[in-house]
Ligand binder design. Structure first.
Ligand code: ADP
Ligand code: MG
Length: 646
């Protein structure tokens, strides 16, 4: 007896649906793409119960005739490609012909449609992939698709649906993406009968972004424009450095009008912002790439949100250059790395700044010189004379090497990177200086420390680069990352507050207003009471604007808008499971990060003392809320070993 069988259509559609239809937002994505492919200039999305009860998309696109209307639910039925060659140059958003078949296999679907050439409209009813009815329907033109009871026949999938709020967040975010990508199209989005977004046709991206995010954000955005022939054209906006987030959630990338999530694009953007934003913070961005159709393969991911570039590195360069140029033009960076380095050198090393903080010593710089290496190198600033492009390569190598070093992956650092690390260090020095390749030897000696091993007799003796507290205790030397340490102390404080302690709050002189995106507005409903419990006093005004009347006492008022945007952008329950505890952790972590002292900030001896004392009473003092180490330790034993005394 044969063991292999061809699956019935219905079952294979459901299997395909597993890839295409992950959740209500993916249904909306596919249907929106169909409307846009059909040339719609107006699209309305109506949602009930987070998409569980109803997802309805109405458009004024070209519509379908009766035969097409029925055929559209067949697997691999598409009007968009005909030949293999077409697959190499896809101009439409859809092309596989499986979305409608997949959706209809896991829901109850009603399609009403009419195209110009037919006199009567058509209504098609299909449930769980089975055609129920086809009949005439009065309809002026365009298409309305209603998807009811999603996953009604696939209990396993239904179980994976998240709370209504979470699904709404995803729905709002996908609709926002497509509204941004198509400024000329008007969109209406209603949620349980309430209007969540309405945008009229806009003349360009800027106007559309204004409609969606309000004046506050768009005024701080910098225009990006650039490109290289045959590779890519890039246009859009990035945020000025003062507007920043701790996640990439506010970065929107589009390739030829298609919304994509792509690591390459995100890293190209970071590359453009190199040395402008501190580690771990991300710009807001709306970047549109126009790439020749044959240069990009969109047929690599079931939901078509990932793509493959024929010349990935070139695309990356184009984006990074364009972003860089925009930052240069608006005066945020100097034209060359040289000047950047010069600048940071003078800023970071102003001796008088920290000399005072160093008790009893007039050290201009404190340097760890770990284990003697075989061949000390002598480097000097001649390297600054190198050309710009070399500098770029150099900088990239340096960053990746520094990252590897930071992650303790020293064995992966290449010889070139080693050189670069050494060179960078000496360039930074701005003077002739014997540098010993520090990487592997340093990691052998300096260790992360556990808080349990700390004793109360820690004595702060100074600050290194206005960023790390240098302290000693009976066991040796300690380095404490001041930002991370403070973050940890505050995190604990904020977490404790929620469990019932009195909150300290400060009134703003003038209430501030903040315009929320549709997705943020939905997140706001979800966390409003949490925020109030932490000392915020917030009020929903008309539309998607909130008024901020008071804020927690520890938060600097100039940070509050960034902070709220960040919290609302990261409230996505499912990233960290569904529990309110996790949401609270996220909020407390964001607040702690904003309120904590930064690196490159001078601390008084009293403040250092305060920091250490508070760290000692903290529960998990050796890691920050994001898991970074707080304390590094060099024990006397290690020091003696380093000096070959043992
Ligand atoms: P694809 O978009 O990959 O072609 P779909 O399953 O999404 O596959 O849709 C199948 C076909 O149905 C499309 O190729 C298109 O011809 C037609 N269609 C779907 N939605 C619409 C719509 N809103 N307006 C007009 N035609 C549509
Ligand atoms: Mg489609």
């Amino acid at each position: 007896m044969n063991k292999i069988r061809v699956l019935p259509d219905n079952l294979s559609n459901q299997i395909a649906a597993g890839e295409v239809v992950e959740r209500p937002a993916s249904v909306v994505k596919e249907l929106l793409e169909n409307s846009l492919d059909a040339g719609a200039t107006h699209v309305q999305v109506d949602i009930e119960l987070g998409g569980r009860r109803l997802i309805r998309i109405s458009d004024n696109g070209e519509g379908m005739g009766r035969e097409d209307a029925v055929l559209s639910f067949e697997r691999h039925a598409t009007s968009k490609i005909k030949t293999l060659e077409d697959l190499g140059r896809i101009e439409t958003l859809g092309f596989r012909g499986e979305a409608l078949a997949s959706i209809a296999s896991v829901a109850k679907v009603e399609l009403i449609t009419k195209n110009e050439s037919e006199t009567a409209g058509t209504k098609v009813l299909i449930e769980g992939g089975r055609l129920q009815d086809v009949k005439d329907a009065a309809h002026p033109g365009g298409t309305i698709i209603s998807v009811r009871e999603l996953f009604f026949n696939t209990p396993a999938r239904r179980k994976f649906m998240r709370s209504e709020a979470t699904e709404n967040y995803h729905l709002a975010s996908i609709i926002t993406h497509y509204a941004l990508a198509n400024p000329g199209v008007s969109f209406v989005f209603t949620n349980n009968g309430r209007e969540a977004m309405r945008v009229a046709p806009a003349k360009d991206l800027r106007e559309r972004a204004y409609q969606i995010f309000g004046a506050g954000l768009i005024e701080s955005m910098l225009r990006v424009e650039g490109g290289r022939e045959y590779v890519a054209n890039v246009s859009g906006y990035v945020s000025a450095p003062r507007e920043r987030r701790t996640s990439r959630d506010s970065q929107y990338f589009f390739i030829n009008g298609r919304f994509v999530k792509d690591k390459l694009l995100a890293s190209a953007l970071s590359e453009g912002f190199r040395a402008v934003l501190p580690h771990g913070s991300y710009p807001v961005a709306f970047l549109f790439l126009e790439i020749p159709l044959e240069e990009v393969d969109v047929n690599v991911h079931p939901a078509k949100t990932e793509v493959r570039f024929r010349r990935a590195e070139a695309v990356k360069d184009v984006i990074a250059e364009a972003v860089r140029k925009s930052l240069v033009n608006s005066g945020y960076i100097q034209t060359s790395i040289e000047t950047e380095l010069e600048k940071s050198t003078t800023e970071n090393y102003r001796e008088e700044n920290y000399a005072a903080a160093i008790v009893g010593a007039e050290q201009a710089r404190i340097e760890f010189v770990p284990e003697i290496a075989d061949q000390p190198h002598t480097q000097n600033i001649e390297h600054l004379q190198e050309s710009d492009s070399q500098e770029e390569v150099f900088q990239t190598d340096f960053e990746s090497a520094a990252t590897l070093r930071a992650n303790g992956e020293v064995e992966n650092i290449s010889a070139t990177q080693q050189n670069v690390l050494v060179k960078e260090t000496s360039v930074y020095e701005k003077r002739e200086y014997a540098v010993i390749p520090p990487v592997d030897s340093a990691t052998k000696l300096v260790k992360e420390s556990e808080v349990d091993s700390l004793t109360a007799n820690i004595l702060p003796i100074g600050q290194l680069h206005e960023s790390y507290i240098i302290a000693v205790d009976s066991e040796g030397l300690l380095l404490i990352d001041q930002h991370v340490a403070h973050e940890r102390i505050l995190f604990d404080k904020f977490r404790k507050k929620e469990s019932g302690r009195q909150v300290e709050s400060q009134n703003l002189l003038l209430p501030e207003t903040l315009d929320l995106s549709p997705a943020q507005a939905i997140a706001f409903d979800l966390v409003e009471s949490e925020l109030e419990a932490l000392g915020f006093s917030l009020m929903r005004l008309s539309g998607r604007t909130i008024a901020i009347k008071s804020i927690p006492a520890d938060i600097p008022s100039k940070e509050v808008k960034n902070l709220l945007s960040e919290i609302l952008d990261t409230v996505d329950q499912e990233k960290r499971g569904n529990s309110i505890e996790n949401i609270r952790d996220d909020i407390a972590a964001s607040m702690a990060c904003k309120a904590a002292v930064k690196v490159n900030m001078k601390l008084t001896p009293e403040k250092m003392r305060w920091m250490i004392d508070n760290l000692l009473i903290n529960s998990a003092a050796t890691t920050c809320p994001h898991g970074r180490p707080i304390i590094l330790r060099l024990t006397m034993k290690d020091i003696e070993r380093g000096f070959h005394r043992t």
